[in-house]
Design a protein around this ligand. Structure first.
Ligand SMILES: Cc1cc2nc3c(=O)[nH]c(=O)nc-3n(C[C@H](O)[C@H](O)[C@H](O)COP(=O)(O)OP(=O)(O)OC[C@H]3O[C@@H](n4cnc5c(N)ncnc54)[C@H](O)[C@@H]3O)c2cc1C
Length: 338
């Protein structure tokens, strides 16, 4: 007999979504996280409305924006909708709320416990050993579980973030291939700060150049980044599968973040929920997972195209924004929920 039906490594959005769903179904679940505080994570806190509005209560949101200001080398435009397209959320607030849900459902969550290795159905941590029937790796872009399953990670994005104090009126996306190759810089207003940063595929631009170019861009727009603390992180999009017998990978550990935008909160929550459903019913045909994987493939194709050379990058990015402006494609084409 195993101590736990399922052990989940990582109490980020993927792990807590999975743990909540399994515990609600009455299973004995343990969620482990190496950090003392659950929730904080290097992140801009942008969440797309179509994916999250049914999953996260509106009182948790910081601000919501129906208008998206988009800048490219040749265009400057506003994509508008009758409802918010993107909202912002504080990651600690989201984490705390998801933790409360998981514990209320009956999941056991242990912090300050780092997973080191596993063999057979035994998991080793720096705070003891536990046995499991199913193991879910929801341990982010540098996932230990992924590595122990023998997977390498070559396709990753790099995100750099600053929280700058001030009242910023609008969300902005800056697709400037000279500075950010096939990535972009963003300005996502929160309540008393804005997340200002840049994302790019690591194979297209080395992180040091991305940082330097983010500062050049900020100078141009009179934004002072020097008084704020820089944070950065990897965003794994090297998806190679999510189910491996009684082992599963969710969220960033599975490489499910968008290769194009780095959006990873929605894929984390959805994959966590879908893994729970699959564990509970092995015959379950996950519609949401299939949709997520189709969107991931599409974004990966765009990144391969735009990463091949600078002219292709400029043409694809400009065409994309032109198509958004003219309503030929909806803004949701850029979203993982799409
Ligand atoms: C600069 C930046 C900006 C971003 N902005 C956005 C954005 O605006 N919108 C968006 O949707 N996404 C954004 N992302 C991506 C998003 O943060 C991630 O995709 C998302 O957090 C993935 O969730 P997760 O649950 O898979 O992993 P994580 O949130 O990374 O959680 C993994 C958890 O596992 C724990 N863990 C790791 N190793 C172990 C171990 N060995 N033992 C125990 N616990 C372990 C960690 O402590 C962590 O709590 C951004 C990322 C970066 C770097």
């Amino acid at each position: 007999m195993f101590e736990y039906h399922t052990i989940i490594v990582g109490a980020g959005p993927a792990g807590l979504a999975c743990g909540t769903a399994l515990a609600r179904a009455g299973e004995r679940v343990l969620v482990l996280d190496r950090h003392r505080r659950i929730g904080p994570k290097v992140c801009a806190g942008g969440i797309t409305w179509s994916g999250i509005n049914k999953r996260v209560p509106s009182e948790l949101l910081e601000r919501s924006f129906p208008d998206q200001k988009v800048f490219t080398g040749w265009q400057k435009t506003v994509i508008s909708a009758s409802r918010p397209l993107v909202s912002t959320i504080n990651r600690e607030t989201l984490g705390r709320w998801m933790l409360e849900n998981a514990e209320a459902a009956g999941a056991e969550v242990r912090n300050a416990t780092a997973v080191k290795s596993f063999s057979g159905n035994l998991l080793r941590t720096d705070r003891g050993e536990f046995t499991f029937r199913f193991l879910v790796g929801a341990d982010g872009s540098s996932s230990t579980v992924r590595r122990l399953l023998g997977m390498t990670t070559k396709r990753v994005g790099v995100g750099i973030n600053y929280f700058v104090p001030g009242d910023f009126p609008a969300i902005e996306w800056h697709l400037d291939d000279k500075l950010f190759a096939n990535g972009y810089a963003w300005l996502f207003p929160h309540r008393e700060t804005a997340s200002i940063g840049a994302y790019c595929d690591r194979n297209s631009l080395p992180p040091a150049i991305l940082l330097k170019n983010l500062h050049l861009w900020a100078e141009k727009y009179d934004i002072d980044l020097d008084q704020s603390k820089m944070s950065s992180g990897l965003i794994n999009y090297d998806f190679q599968g999510w189910r491996f017998g009684n082992f599963f990978l969710a969220g960033d550990a599975a490489g499910l973040a968008s290769p194009l935008t780095g959006e990873g909160i929605y894929p984390a929550i959805v994959s966590g929920e879908e893994i729970a459903r699959t564990i509970l019913d092995p015959g379950y045909e996950g519609y949401a997972m299939k949709k997520l994987l189709a969107r991931h493939r599409l974004h990966r194709t765009v990144v391969s195209l735009t990463g091949s050379n600078r002219l292709a990058c400029r043409l694809v990015m400009e065409s994309l924004v032109l198509a958004l402006r003219s309503g030929l494609i909806p803004f949701s084409a850029l979203e993982m929920a799409g």
